[in-house]
Design a protein around this ligand. Structure first.
Ligand code: ARG
Length: 470
């Protein structure tokens, strides 16, 4: 076999190498396809670092200026599509620095004073996730708003509420939708907790041990919008718990969205037909002309698997790593970025589906006539009017349900005499309790399903979301 000519050693770190890496080594080592998405964070952090080095007189202010201006040129080149990243330079840090060197010459070589790619990548990645959280938060707010709008429209739309997917008690559709608004609010608060905890700056930790140069870490930290510099350099370069927290919150959010997606699949199915999705968020079948499939909902449900898997991916990647930096950490960026991308798509598809969907109020209402949904209300009536202990009332009602089951009729279709066979003291008044809308209306306890509660909650949500932008 002919040997290929050896490539020259890496210009950024290959001083003690006589030759370049094997092709497979280069391929396994590079991450530029993922990394190029960090270009803005990388350049922003490098500018802050250069400016601090100048202020602290570690490099001349002339060099600092040249570096900063040069980095702006690199940024523009990237944004205009005029800079080709190369895999030989492994990652975004070395690509940016190498281009800077071509542009400004010697001063570029001073940028890497008192830092390492280890603190650089930790800083860039934090900044990237911080931005991703801010974007997702805005998108989640839009999803909440779409749900709140539908909840208002459907504050008094009565439908069966389920437990075990068996008809349980009448609820309002608005109430059901507001449950997801609550879940999403907790998701947003989980992201914001993670953001607050991650907002510390690793820059200046250098390779792992800090630096002997008289740097000012407060300065770079503040310039990048962090709350403070991280207090331990080993921790700063080796942990990715901020990404794990991001993915945990993402995992929980995706579970919430997957449940809502599953409900949309159920509600649009032929047995239910509670909801109709718009043409823009469904697809037809190439063979069955009648189809209107809830693909977006199914894909949200499906993609949540990837989100959850990415959390596991990161946890497992991290679990055996000794301090400090290990190259395994390079593998943590892609899953986090993919999750941020896919989540954003999932949220916007969900927002569109919810915004456009039409509830079939009469189908929902008709469904409340089945399933003995008001059995609990009859039991409550016995408690209130006959002073019966609830356990006994439950038993008595069970007997009445049994008669209706055998007859194949609704509870309100039984005669008073039939009911009296089970409980002689029942009066005509008990029939009032059997109306599903009345039953939903009566559940006015705080957080309950009555239209009046739903309207109150809708107002609270509107105020709280409007208050956020102040
Ligand atoms: N590309 C690397 C990463 O993403 C940057 C840090 C490399 N550090 C090193 N010592 N090889 O993690």
């Amino acid at each position: 076999m002919k040997k290929k000519a050896k490539k020259s050693s890496n210009p950024m770190w290959g001083g003690h190498y006589a030759s370049g890496p094997a092709e497979a080594m280069q391929r396994i080592n590079e991450c530029i396809d993922t990394d190029k998405r960090l270009y803005l964070e990388d350049i922003t952090a490098s500018k802050a670092h250069a400016s601090m080095l100048g202020d602290c007189k570690i490099i001349s202010s002339k060099d600092a200026k040249a570096i900063i201006n040069g980095l702006d040129v690199v940024r523009k080149e990237i944004e205009n599509g005029n800079l080709q990243f190369t895999a030989e330079l492994e990652d975004v840090h070395m690509n940016v620095e190498a281009r800077l060197a071509q542009l400004i010459g010697d001063p570029a070589g001073r940028l890497h004073t008192a830092r390492s790619r280890n603190d650089q990548v930790a800083t860039d990645f934090r900044l990237w996730i911080r931005n991703a959280i801010d974007r997702l938060d805005e998108e989640l707010k839009l999803l909440q708003t779409a749900l709140i709008d539908q909840a208002e429209t459907n504050a008094d739309t009565i439908m069966p509420g389920f437990t075990h997917l068996q008809p349980a008690q009448p609820v309002t559709f608005g109430h059901h939708l507001l449950a997801y608004v609550e879940m999403l609010a907790r998701d947003r608060s989980r992201f914001s907790d993670a953001r607050a905890r991650m907002n510390e700056c690793p820059l200046g930790a250098a390779a792992l041990a800090g630096t002997s140069f008289p740097i000012n870490r407060e300065k770079t930290s503040a310039a990048l919008g962090f709350d403070r510099p991280m207090a331990n350099s080993l921790d700063a370069v080796s942990d990715r718990d901020f990404a794990m927290e991001f993915l945990s919150a993402a995992g929980i959010l995706s579970v919430h969205m997957s449940r809502l997606a599953e409900e949309l699949v159920i509600w649009t199915s032929d047995g239910f037909r509670y909801v109709r999705l718009s043409e823009s968020f469904t697809t037809g079948s190439s063979i069955m002309p009648q189809k209107r499939n809830p693909d977006a909902a199914e894909l949200i449900r499906g993609k949540s698997g990837m989100v959850i898997g990415s959390l596991t991916n990161l946890l497992v990647t991290m679990k055996g790593l000794p301090l400090a930096y290990n190259k395994d950490l390079q593998e943590t960026k892609r899953p986090a970025m993919e999750v941020a991308d896919q989540l954003s798509l999932m949220i916007s598809a969900m927002t569109g589906m919810i915004r456009d969907m039409k509830a079939d109020k009469s189908r929902m209402n008709a469904a409340t006539n089945g399933g003995f949904l008001t059995a609990t209300d009859l039991a409550d009536w016995l408690v209130i009017n006959l002073n019966m202990p609830f356990r006994k009332a439950h038993h008595v009602t069970g007997g009445i349900v049994r008669i209706a089951e055998t007859k194949g009729c609704r509870l309100d279709e039984l005669t008073l005499d039939e009911m009296r066979k089970i409980e002689p003291k029942i009066t005509k008044d008990a029939f009032k309790a059997l109306n599903p809308a009345g039953a939903a209306n009566s559940r006015k306890s705080y957080g309950g399903t009555s239209p009046s509660q739903v309207k109150k909650q809708v107002n609270n949500w509107r105020k709280s979301i409007a208050g956020e932008s102040k």
